[in-house]
Ligand binder design. Structure first.
Ligand code: PEP
Ligand code: MN
Length: 372
């Protein structure tokens, strides 16, 4: 895939801010007092670099708290002025963009539910034409790297060059551990494709709960993400949105203090190398998992073949079939730049294991017959 994003050299989140960059603040701005207290406490207890607050909330179901809307913009702006920190809010349509710009919000972010929609992203991009404001783009809800890239490209083509990416996990059914499953290989592939763009991980929306925030944050740092976005609230259990995943500013500070900034194998002056090394290793991990899953699946099929052979009383080894497998797999491997020797060795091992599984099926049949 060929992508060509023009990322600004003077974008401080991208270049000059000390790592890890911390973006924190409430999921939703609820009251002026809640925003001010959360943000000033964050400034006291943590080395937060950017304050966040949700103003308009994209809720899955209606009749949930949908954010205070425009009146809350001045609260987060006021918190920014009081702490001397830049502030960021989510924008999902043109009205949000205009109001955020009018209020002098420093950084915008595009939420996961917006990144999925090219019409919405294009409208936001068009509204931002000619405005030099940084925009962070969360991954789309579904694990589609092209959609994520497409959103970045739409903004970039409208002249936005201070871009960043946020990994907030992907929606999956039946994941007991995560609210949104992290798929690290996806942002890692994006890191490989786009150099010079900051990558932020949002453990809050990945975890959906407090007790796993630390391990996901650590994982992101180990994968050389540039920063973290963590939701914080003065009274998390009373929060009007995402109550289960928010932490107090004090706890946020403790969590951040507990993270290990690992020594890297090379100097910090070469972040591109580090990104790609950590990234490639994670890709290897993912591929190895898939390989093992596929091998296990293949053995299950072999076992079923064993059952069919048993029922029809034919031998396990069918020489002609085996010769055909080796020949065709070597030819296929050749086309993928794999040597004959390598493919033959791998298949001899697979075949041995396959026979072992089939023999077990036969033996089981024998012992059941004997028992009977
Ligand atoms: C948020 O950051 O509050 C939010 C709604 O996030 P996401 O778009 O990742 O769901
Ligand atoms: Mn939230």
């Amino acid at each position: 895939m060929n992508i060509n994003l023009n990322i600004a050299d003077d974008w401080e989140l991208g270049r000059t801010l000390e790592r890890p960059i911390i973006i924190s603040g409430p999921c939703s701005a609820e009251t002026e007092e809640q925003v001010m207290k959360t943000c000033t406490q964050l400034a006291n207890y943590t080395n937060v670099s950017v304050l966040r607050a949700g103003i308009w909330k994209p809720r899955t179901r209606p009749n949930s708290f949908e954010g205070i809307g425009s009146p809350a913009l001045k609260w987060i702006k006021k918190a920014g002025v009081a702490t001397g920190l830049p502030v960021t809010v989510e924008v999902a349509n043109v009205k949000h963009v205009y109001e955020a710009l009018r209020m002098g919000i420093d950084i915008l972010w595009i939420g996961a539910r917006t990144t999925v929609n090219p019409f919405a992203v294009q409208e936001i991009a068009d509204a931002l034409r000619g405005v030099d404001i940084p925009v962070l783009v969360k991954n789309p809800i579904n694990p589609d790297l092209k959609l994520w890239i497409g959103a970045l490209e739409r903004l970039n083509q409208a002249g936005i060059s201070k871009l960043g990416a946020i990994h907030r996990g992907f929606s999956t059914y039946n994941d007991k551990k995560y609210r949104n499953t992290p798929r690290w290989e996806i942002p890692i592939e994006l890191m490989r494709l786009v150099k010079g763009m900051p990558f932020i991980c949002d453990p809050s929306h990945i975890c959906g709960r407090r007790d796993t925030l630390q391990e996901v944050s650590q994982k992101a740092l180990d994968l050389n993400f540039d920063g973290l976005m963590i939701e914080s609230h003065i009274t998390p259990h009373k929060a009007l949105s995402d109550a289960k995943q928010q932490v107090t500013p004090k706890r946020c500070g403790e969590l951040l203090d507990s993270l290990v900034l690992r020594k890297t194998t090379t100097t910090d002056s070469d972040p591109v190398f580090l990104h790609s090394l950590a990234g490639l290793r994670e890709v290897i991990n993912e591929l190895d998992h898939k390989l093992i899953d596929m091998l296990a699946e293949r053995m299950k099929v072999a076992q079923r073949i064993g059952e069919v052979k048993r029922e029809n009383n034919i031998t396990i080894l069918q020489a002609a079939r085996w010769a055909e497998i080796i020949k065709s797999r070597m030819a296929y491997g050749n086309a993928q730049n794999l040597t004959d020797d390598f493919v033959a060795n791998v298949y001899h091992e697979i075949h041995k294991e396959s026979i072992r599984h089939q023999t077990k099926v036969m033996n089981n049949a024998v012992s059941t017959t004997k028992q009977a």
